[in-house]
Structures are given as C-alpha cells and as structure tokens.
Design a protein around this ligand. Structure first.
Ligand code: 11C
Length: 348
C-alpha cells in the first residue's frame, strides 16, 4: 500500500478523491489538507459533504491539516484538488519532496510537466526526469487535463491515430458541479444557460493539442490541427455533454471511426490499472443518447459515452457526434487517480 494525501480535500473534487481513494486497493489515505479555516477539525466536521454517496467511515475521524508542506510528512503521493491560484504557489513546494498528481490547471501547460491521460499519451511521463533535473526536485508533478478536454481528447485519439485531423469545433454543455458547487445553489441556474465559463475555451484549445502532441527532446510539440471551443453552463448536476464537429483531411468511412472508438483501449492489457475502464469509449446507436443522467456513471464514471456519430454531409470529409463524460470522476479526481496508478505501475 502506498500512503497518500489529498490537498484541498473538502471541496467538490477533493470529496471525489476521498470517495475514490477510501477503498482503493493500492492507496491508503493518510493526510487530508484544507484551508486554515478547516485545519484542526475532524474531516466529517470540516467538509460540507456534497456527494450523493455516503462519506466513507475511514476518513471521518482524520484531522484536517493546513495545506502547507510543513504539515505533511510520510506520504508517497499527494493528490491535488487545489484551486489553481493556490496550486501555483504550493504544488512546486510539495514536489520538492513528493509525487504530486494534480487536477489543478496551474502547471498543466509547463513544458516539462506531463499533461497525462493514460490511454492517450503515457509517453508524456518521460518528461518527469527532465522536470526533476531542471527544477532540482526529488518528487515531481503530473497533471490531468481539464474535464471537458479529457472527454474530448479520449474520443479524438482513435480518430487521430487513423486520419489527419484538419479542424475540431466543440460546443460544451457543462454541469454545475464543475463550478464547485452543488445541490440547492445549482438550482440558481434552473431554466437558464450561462454562455461563458472563465478560461474553459482556452484550456480546451491548448490542452488538447499538447496531449495529442509529440515528445521532442525536452518538451512536447503540439498537434497541428485547428480547434475552437464554445463553453456553456447548463442546469445539470454532474456530467459534461459536448457536441463535437470534426473535419478530416481525407474521406473516410463512418463505420471505421465507430469501430475504432468502440475498440479503443489505449492501455496495454497487462497493466490492469484498478480504475481503468474496460471500454474507455462506449458508442451507442440510440438516437436520444448519450444523456448525462443515464450515461455519466458508465464504467464507474470512467468511460466517455458517444452517440449520434454520423457523417456531416454539409462539409467535406466531416463527421459529428455527441459525448458525455463524468466531469468530477473521469474529468477530475478519477483522472488523477488513474494517473497515479500508471505512475505506480511504471515508475515506482
Ligand atoms: C468547469 N471545467 O466545469 C471546469 C472546472 O480546468 O480543471 C474545472 C476546471 C479545470 O467549470
């Protein structure tokens, strides 16, 4: 068992980390951190529990400590659910000594920091040695992408492996849990859509190209296709939906794309990571799927579900589809846990 801590354990993503790690076969929660307001309290008193599953018994009595490297010792991996502005300051300090598997956006686009989806770009872990050498750290930081980016890029990968992509357009319909609040406050947007999510479009447009890029010398050369995103907050509790439009450089058979998505595995079978979905992409034929409420929990929330996959006959060499991915599991805490499982199997 590796000993792990969760940085920012009381927020929405922090709670997802707690729920995914409480019974994990390889990781044992030793440390939970939060802001000074929560430090010194038992976890069950510090965290206003948002999830619709029970708080695990094993964490209730853990005393929360301040998010400060001086307060943390004797752990192997730290999972970070910190807000980006705090992560930018403290994650590098923790990485001097520890492995940090981060969901925060602060370090994602640093040239020496892996932006990892295990099924898509496991080779990005080669950056770790470069990172440690450059920064003089004993530990390192590995990040997972933004929630909308992860779901999109997982579905692009089998297409990108077969064809040259010219352009990707994506319109997102994002759940309120992505904004860090849930339950009653989320009803503030019932009967409404907010057509702006700060920084989200830029993250999708830059992160996707880094993930699908090529490792060259000491950094990643971004993929070359064009990508544009429009992001919207909708009154859904969990699960981001994305309408994806792709233009390829050449003609294609839609059945080949469907087949490639449905058969996509990404990871070598022998790795057998505990959180890895058997089918990272589930392709449905039903006209009215995917839907967040029905499809977000497929494969324990770790699969992306694709539907309405069809040729777009209005633009040459084009296709379109709709996807649903669980934003706080596959798109956040589950993504970080899967990254740590890959690190454990291939590096430690
Ligand atoms: C949202 N995607 O739904 C955001 C939340 O880059 O990790 C996560 C932001 C990020 O508002």
């Amino acid at each position: 068992m590796l000993k792990v801590g969760i940085l920012g354990a009381t927020g929405m993503v922090g709670q997802r980390f707690v729920s995914l790690l409480a019974d994990h076969p390889d990781f044992e929660i030793e440390v939970l951190t939060a802001s000074p307001r929560s430090a010194g309290k038992k976890y069950e008193d510090a965290a206003k529990w948002y999830l619709d599953i029970e708080m695990p018994e094993s964490v209730k009595d853990i005393t929360v400590v301040n998010t400060d490297p001086k307060e943390v010792e004797d752990v192997d991996i730290l999972f970070s659910a910190l807000p980006s502005n705090i992560a930018a300051k403290v994650e590098p300090k923790f990485a001097e000594k520890y492995i940090v598997a981060s969901n925060a956006s602060a370090m994602r686009m640093e040239p020496d920091v892996p932006l990892l989806i295990p099924e898509v770009n496991p080779e990005s872990l080669d950056l770790i040695e470069i990172q440690q050498e450059k920064r003089g750290w004993e530990g390192f930081i590995v990040t997972n992408p933004n929630c909308s980016t992860i779901a999109l890029t997982l579905t692009l990968k089998p297409i990108y492996d077969l064809f040259d992509i010219k352009r990707v357009y994506v319109a997102t319909m994002q759940a309120v849990s992505g904004a860090g609040y849930a339950g009653v406050p989320s009803m503030a947007i019932l009967d409404n859509i907010i057509p702006f999510i700060s920084g989200e479009e830029e993250k999708i447009e830059t992160e996707t190209l880094k993930i699908l890029g090529t490792l060259k010398d000491d950094s990643i050369e971004p993929a070359k296709f064009k990508i544009t995103a429009s992001c919207h907050r909708v009154p859904v509790l969990d699960g981001h939906t994305e309408a994806v439009f792709i233009e390829l450089e050449e003609n294609f058979d839609i059945e080949d794309i469907k087949d490639a998505m449905a058969k996509f595995k990404g990871l070598p079978q022998k790795l057998n990571l505990p959180s890895a979905p058997k089918k990272p992409i589930i392709v449905l034929d039903d006209e009215d799927r995917p839907q967040p409420r029905i499809d977000r929990d497929n494969e324990n929330g770790m699969a992306v579900t694709v539907g309405r996959l069809r040729k777009d006959n209005t633009i040459e060499n084009s296709l379109k589809y709709v996807l649903v991915g669980h934003n706080t599991i596959r798109g956040a805490a589950g993504a970080s846990v899967l990254n740590a499982e890959l690190i454990k199997e291939t590096i430690l």
